[in-house]
Design a protein around this ligand. Structure first.
Ligand code: SF4
Ligand code: SF4
Length: 372
């Protein structure tokens, strides 16, 4: 006797069988498509999913709810089909006009010195600290090299130059945050830490908190993927009021990067500073400075993050990045909130605007997507 399959409606059409972590492992993690966003671990109601060094694994009891699968940004088709026109318009209220996505306004600002951040991250830190100071959001969730938000969110000891989920509750916390990420950290676990710990500690469940998120493009996709899934993840993802993405840059798998570094007597634990050059990265540890050309590190490139071609964070309110031959830091304001925030920051002198030719920058951004 054949059994009739039940269906669930979703924005991508009805699904006939709810997918669970076992499917995520088979479809995404094992084939190397995982972008290490931490959404699966953050949404799992039983804490069964844990982020290990390079990927999530199931270490607890799965009750087959399916939350993890539908919060994973990679379980849509690779180019985010089903998330394109309609959803893009519903997010930004505008259709996409350029290859790099919807945008309302482009800015070019002067770099700021920050020993704990690459130039794009340094600008993001300024903006996020300003938002905390003005009360535009209560907490910032990000991945950095500060203490993890809670030890319980990671069940291995994370150390050295590895990303970990972090939160900043005060402007000073944000200003002193240690970024310079070259390995991804599970950003969405930071959001969970913000919601669970910050709300529990300060708000006693009375007010929904407002979270700002800083993450790479792929992790911003996780937020929208979760919001538009049948589960919605209301408690976790609807608290987010502002998203900043830095432009995609090279990310490495910690385990593989460590193997390469160890050939030169370095390790992710011993690194004290990192500097990007045009075609290479400098790793500094004590008196030792080792320069690796990008091709030397190719075998450690994060396969999941490299496979999604979202180079500027197309679903964030604000994208921040560097372009070859452009002196300042480029900001793409996609939402109205981002435009008004940046105009305020420039008006108050927190950021300093530079002269630029908008068409020239738009062409350069489009060229990124053509591989130029
Ligand atoms: S309990 Fe739900 S969210 Fe957790 S692993 Fe199982 S299917 Fe995924
Ligand atoms: S991409 Fe994110 S949600 Fe998907 S398996 Fe990896 S960590 Fe989990």
């Amino acid at each position: 006797m054949s059994q009739e399959l039940k269906t669930w409606p979703t924005p991508y059409g009805p699904i006939t069988q709810r997918m669970i972590f076992a499917n995520l492992l088979k479809d995404i993690v094992r084939p190397g498509k995982c972008v290490y966003c931490g959404s699966c671990a953050a949404t799992c109601p039983t804490n069964a999913v844990q982020m290990l060094e390079d990927a999530p694994r199931i270490l607890g009891v799965c009750i087959k709810c399916g939350y993890c699968y539908y919060a994973c940004p990679v379980t849509t088709e690779e180019d985010f089909k089903g998330f394109d026109k309609d959803i893009e318009e519903s997010i930004f209220g505008l259709p996409r006009s350029e290859k790099f996505g919807v945008y309302r306004k482009i800015y070019l600002v002067k770099r700021v010195e920050d020993p704990d951040a690459f130039p794009d991250e340094a600008i993001a830190k300024k903006i996020l600290a300003y938002g905390l100071r003005k009360g535009y959001w209560d907490v910032v969730a990000y991945s950095g090299r500060d203490s993890p938000v809670t030890d319980g969110l990671l069940n291995y000891r994370v150390s050295g130059w590895r990303g970990r989920p972090s939160i900043a509750c005060k402007p000073g916390d944000m200003e002193s945050a240690k970024l310079k990420l070259i390995t991804p950290g599970p950003t969405i676990l930071g959001v969970r830490g913000a919601v669970e710990e910050y709300k529990g500690a300060y708000f006693h469940g009375v007010e929904p908190i407002r979270v700002a998120v800083l993450g790479p493009p792929h992790h911003i996709r996780s937020i929208w993927r979760g919001r538009f899934s049948w589960a919605g993840h209301t408690k976790l993802l609807k608290t987010i009021v502002f998203m900043i993405s830095y432009f995609a840059r090279k990310f490495y798998l910690p385990s593989k990067l460590n193997v390469i570094l160890m050939r030169n007597g370095l390790s992710l634990e011993s690194i004290e500073d990192i500097e990007y050059k045009r075609n290479s990265i400098l790793f500094k540890a004590g008196d030792k400075v080792v320069e690796y050309r990008f091709e030397d590190l190719e075998e450690a490139i994060h396969p999941g993050i490299s496979s999604i071609k979202d180079l500027t964070g197309e679903y964030s309110d604000l994208s921040i990045g560097l372009l070859d031959d452009v002196e300042g830091v480029v900001l793409i304001a996609r939402s109205e909130e981002a435009v008004s925030l940046l105009d305020e920051l420039l008006g108050e002198g927190v950021l300093e605007s530079l002269e630029f030719d908008e068409r020239d920058l738009v062409n350069k951004l489009n060229k990124l997507y053509e591989g130029g």
